[in-house]
Ligand binder design. Sequence first.
Ligand SMILES: [Zn+2]
Ligand SMILES: [Zn+2]
Length: 97
Amino acid sequence: MAKSIMQDKKECWLCRNANGSIELSPYGLEEHHCISGTANRKISEETGLKMWLCVYHHRLVHSCREAELIVKTSAQMKYEETHSREEFISKFGKSWL
Ligand SMILES: [Zn+2]
Ligand SMILES: [Zn+2]
């Protein structure tokens, strides 16, 4: 299992984005692959584009386009800190930025 490049701590990534520096629970979390889809899920795993989400936010990301897009664009930006846009597209098939 590859290490997440999205976060160092086991905590909900979206709760962290909304809550600055408060202490968050490491329990009851579910793993989300940032770029979803049959083939992309596996590539997300290999490239570390995955994150912990609380149950509420995990459901939200899978049901709300806007929330899904926040996660996807953040993941792509993270990937592109160390790779090119072309590499991202060659792996995931398209760009969300
Ligand atoms: Zn959350
Ligand atoms: Zn998920």
